[in-house]
Ligand binder design. Structure first.
Ligand SMILES: [Zn+2]
Ligand SMILES: [Zn+2]
Length: 239
């Protein structure tokens, strides 16, 4: 059996691969580093949720990199260039994440519809420093609308939420796949995002994250802050 070198995050071959020490799962270094930005103390394998402490370093496995590159040199180089391009951030760009999924609560009633689920879409920062810098900006304000396509047995089965919180609560008896169409306000220049979420009735539900870039030069709250800072600097220079 041939071992798969595919990265479960980008679904292409793993570039500059990192192999986690306990579960042996392989990812592109760029892909996994992107995902692990959230938590300071520990991190989980994005595939199997194996827990690692942050002091276990993520090191590119050069031997494995060579093997993967040899298995498909053209694709490897192509992916390497794509990743490089994705990582080139303009000075005014920050990474933010779209958090989506469902919350879950079991309801006590005699009906068979005893599963209460709430579909959720919200924005979050990837870095605390960005959250502080943009504290006057309501990041959920980036979202224009979220369209949830429910199972055909729901009436209506397609629901568009146009106001924060972009949530939708229903009672049901079974799980199914729900496509989310997330539209952002024009001024943020972020393409529409379509994600598929499989409804979860386990624990409190399940949330996932997708990273996108935000051009903060389009955020007027950020402009106001940088203007204030400029004015203060000018005042200090004049004194
Ligand atoms: Zn990858
Ligand atoms: Zn794993």
């Amino acid at each position: 059996m041939q071992q798969s070198y595919d990265c479960p995050i980008c679904l292409s071959i793993s570039v500059d691969p990192i192999q986690l020490s306990q579960c042996n799962h392989i990812f592109c270094s760029a892909c996994i580093v992107d995902l692990l930005d959230y938590n300071n103390q520990s991190y989980k394998c994005p595939l199997c949720r194996q827990l690692y402490q942050k002091n276990e370093p993520l090191i590119i496995n050069q031997e494995l990199a060579k093997k993967i590159k040899e298995s498909n040199p053209e694709l490897y180089v192509q992916r390497q260039q794509q990743i490089l391009q994705q990582q080139m951030m303009l000075p005014n760009q920050i990474k933010v994440s779209v958090v989506y999924g469902n919350l879950y609560e079991k309801i006590k009633n005699n009906d068979k519809n005893q599963h209460q689920w709430t579909l959720v879409v919200k924005m979050d920062y990837n870095k605390e420093s960005d959250r502080v810098a943009l504290k006057n900006f309501d990041i959920n304000n980036m979202i224009e609308s979220v369209t949830y396509q429910l199972h055909a047995t729901f009436r209506p089965s397609v629901v568009t939420v146009k106001q924060a919180p972009f949530q939708l609560q229903r009672l049901g008896w079974g799980t199914f796949m729900i496509p989310f169409l997330i539209k952002f306000k024009k001024e943020y220049n972020i393409p529409n995002l379509t994600v598929d979420h499989y409804l979860s009735f386990q624990g409190n539900g399940s949330l996932q994250k997708q990273i996108t870039k935000l051009d903060i030069s389009n955020v007027k709250e950020y402009q106001e802050i940088s203007e204030q800072q400029n004015q203060q600097q000018q005042l200090q220079q004049q004194q």
